[in-house]
Design a protein around this ligand. Structure first.
Ligand code: DGJ
Length: 730
């Protein structure tokens, strides 16, 4: 059994194949965190709670309860009663004052896992996941909090969430509800987070955990380009293969907080949840608030193990789409090819040429509806522009289908342009503050998805488009951050609920869309990669990773993204050079190799490519078919990072059974007068014999992993090589 309770020591043991998490109760019923780390096979006591030490627990030393609360390792700390570290739950009671104290009441352990109403969350069969629910209560408030822990044994993952129920007679106000907390002794921890901006999302950042609080948060209404709802604490010297790693990842697409706090006693508290700024939630008697899920992962074998655990977990227990384990059609998207300047003929020219070279789907991007010839107009008016597409959508789609290709379409359902029929008819449907001219972002407003009538309208508009033609794919875009938080319907008391209610509206829309069109391939996107998070993955098996398609910038973006997400989820395309964003010129081959480590597709005007480039497109589409199973399903190993070494990048996709391994090597900067470079590969069967395809050389797995593999010296910046090893013996 992955979860056990020992009545004598009042401890819960949560085991995965390689890890153990131990929770213990104090005599009063405080729920304490005892241990998270390498798997423990024997009994453990609760001495790590330090209850035998001064200041002792409140039942022994009631006069110094504050000192106890300020150092006890809490599973779910509450605010206002004497724990001065970051709290997870803050509640304003009927008197208006804030204070909450949770004590254990009961627990249950069951096979499987419950859904979280209205929210994306991981799932699993009864033989794949087991759940512990610890029920706690604040007697004064009449508040019940259920701490939920789901143990995914095989993937070494524990997910946490909380639900809070008002069982009292008067309304309560929740001013903070985080999802997870991890209290540990500091071990000179460093933190790893993912930082960035538009066109350079999710770069890996490392820093030493200093005294005080180091927090990463988004208040933009989206998980964001700038920060990411992920944090890991690692011991000094952690590498891909060594070191202890504690990761936390939030299954949520709106405002969040990821924080580590180092205390006066050299403990650390890692917390994650919905950002409490701009959040408060009125909980009437009988009502329940459900917090989003947080994913916890521990690896005692460095970052590589954490990465592979998360990849397996997301592929098997978060992405619901039937496309998750399927090869996706190779698409060509017209955004960088034409921007807004296209018509049916132009799109068909692109489709015809694309088809010739193995591309399987045409995606029509922004600009096909209303009067939209630039970004100043028409969002919300999802009616085809017949000046651009004479004969309508159906005619175009039928023509594309007749070529033997699939068709995909871009939409931005959450937005409205001030210059649109929709806004003129329903100005109150936009998020804005009465009496104040709302700030525009990319000339647009955000629709108030906290309103059911708006959600229903948006859903109907999407359905109308999708039913009007044979459409296989939707790129769901979202191109501005939120501001001017005001909803016409939420009233004075409810305005602080808008951010969260908005995200619940987005989730409802995507839930209904995927239920209504189960075969639809949905790709989420937000001005590039501003909403690349596990919440979105629940609805769409792939997410557009960044508007930056430059192969070299992509190395850093995709390294950071692949640290926690499977390659099958990472939207990646080949585009033209000079690159539209950075102006860099890289070989066509390198652009193909880098996009191969994602969903793979094109974002260019194929009718303008040279004959040589066109023949490379044919080679690349064949390469995609050859390797996609391995890339999509294989184990990912980061071999070298050009961010760290300044010279070259290297990663691998290895079949889980060690039968074949694909190594991608990119020489970013060439050096003069150098010899071949030795790299150590991973994921091979040590005693098996492998052949390097195309070269005929044979190697044992052990040789490649321990002795090293020599990458021949080559000339030129930004050049890349693929090495494909196939097991031939053993
Ligand atoms: C932002 C997306 O990231 C781009 O790929 C493109 O779809 C534009 N929006 C269209 O407005």
């Amino acid at each position: 059994m992955p979860i056990t309770y020992c009545d004598q020591s009042r401890t819960f043991h949560l085991d995965t194949v390689n890890t153990t998490y131990v929770i213990g109760l104090s005599p009063e019923g405080y729920v304490g965190h005892i241990y998270y780390g390498d798997r423990l096979f024997g009994e453990v006591d609760n001495s790590l709670l330090r209850m035998e030490e001064k200041p002792f627990t409140p039942s022994v030393n009631p006069g110094n309860k504050g000192a106890f609360l300020d150092c006890f390792p809490m599973e779910y700390p509450t605010g206002g009663i004497g724990d001065y570290r970051e709290s997870c739950l803050d509640v304003q009671g009927p008197s208006g004052s804030r204070g909450c104290e949770l004590l254990y009441e009961s627990h249950q352990i069951f096979a499987g896992k419950k859904k979280i109403p209205g929210l994306p969350a991981s799932f699993g069969q009864e033989d794949q996941v087991e759940t512990l629910e610890i029920v706690c209560r604040d007697q004064v408030l009449g508040l019940k909090a259920v701490l939920s822990y789901s143990v995914f044994y095989k993937e070494d993952i524990i997910t946490r969430s909380v639900r809070v129920e008002n069982q009292g007679a008067e309304a309560l106000r929740l001013t903070k509800v985080y999802s997870a907390c991890l209290d540990m002794d500091n071990e000179e921890f460093e933190y790893i987070t993912l930082q960035g901006s538009w066109a350079r999302e999710r770069h890996i950042q490392k820093g030493k955990v200093a005294y005080g609080r180091q927090s990463m948060s988004s208040v933009r209404g989206e998980s964001g380009h700038q920060v990411h709802p992920f944090m890991a604490l690692v011991t000094p010297g952690t590498s891909q293969k060594q070191g202890r790693v504690y990761g936390m990842h939030f299954v949520y697409s709106g405002n969040f907080m990821a924080q580590v706090e180092r205390s006066q006693f050299d403990t650390v508290r890692m917390t994650m949840g919905i950002l409490s700024d701009e959040f408060s939630w009125k909980l009437e008697p009988g009502e329940t608030f459900h917090g989003p899920e947080a994913v916890l992962v521990y690896s005692g074998e460095g970052l590589g193990r954490m990465t592979r655990n998360l990849h397996n977990f997301y592929r098997n227990h978060m992405i619901r789409s039937s496309y998750c384990h399927k090869k996706r059609p190779i698409l060509i998207n017209n955004w960088e090819a034409t921007y807004f300047d296209f018509d049916t003929n132009k799109l068909l020219d692109i489709a015809r040429e694309a088809k010739e070279h193995g591309i399987e789907m045409l995606v029509m991007d922004d600009g096909w509806f209303g009067e939209r010839n630039d970004d100043t107009t028409s969002l919300g008016d999802w009616v085809v522009n017949e000046k651009k597409l004479p004969g309508g959508l159906k005619y175009l789609v039928d023509q594309v289908r007749a070529l033997g290709m699939e068709f995909g379409i871009w939409m931005e359902p959450e937005m409205v342009s001030p210059d649109s029929r929709l806004y003129r008819e329903h100005p109150d449907w936009a998020v804005q503050i009465p009496g104040r001219t709302a700030t525009q972002g990319r000339n647009q407003y955000v629709l108030d998805l906290s309103r059911q009538d708006v959600v229903d309208y948006v859903f109907d508009s999407i359905c109308k488009v999708l039913r009007s033609a044979d459409i296989s794919y939707v790129k769901w875009d979202m191109n501005r951050q939120m501001s001017d938080l005001g909803s016409a319907l939420l009233g004075r008391d409810g305005q602080q609920e808008l951010f969260h209610r908005y995200i619940l509206g987005v989730y409802e829309l995507q839930e209904r869309l995927t239920a209504e069109f189960p075969d639809l391939l949905l790709e989420n996107c937000a001005s590039g990669g501003a909403r690349f998070d596990p919440g979105m993955l629940y609805y769409s098996p792939q997410i557009w990773c960044s508007d930056d398609t430059d192969a070299i910038e992509r190395l850093a973006i995709q390294e950071g993204t692949a640290l926690i997400y499977p390659l099958s989820a990472i939207g990646a395309h080949v585009s033209v050079c000079p690159n539209h964003i950075v102006g860099r010129v890289t070989p066509f081959e390198t652009r193909g190799h880098v996009a191969l480590a994602g969903t793979f597709g094109y974002e260019l005007d194929i009718t303008k490519l040279t004959e040589e480039e066109l023949s490379q497109v044919s080679e690349q589409t064949a390469m995609y078919h050859k390797y996609n199973d391995l890339v999509r399903e294989g184990d990912y190993y980061r071999i070298a990072s050009w961010r760290e070494n300044g010279l070259y990048d290297c990663w691998e996709c290895a079949a889980a059974d060690g039968s074949e391994i694909l190594v991608t090597y990119v020489q970013v900067i060439a050096q003069p007068n150098v010899r071949s470079r030795k790299i150590y590969l991973e994921g091979f069967e040590a005693q098996a014999v492998y052949e390097l395809e195309g070269a005929g050389h044979r190697y044992t797995g052990e040789q490649l992993m321990k002795y090293g593999f020599l990458v021949p010296a080559c000339a030129g910046d930004f050049v890349s090589r693929l090495f494909h090893f196939v097991r031939i013996e053993g």
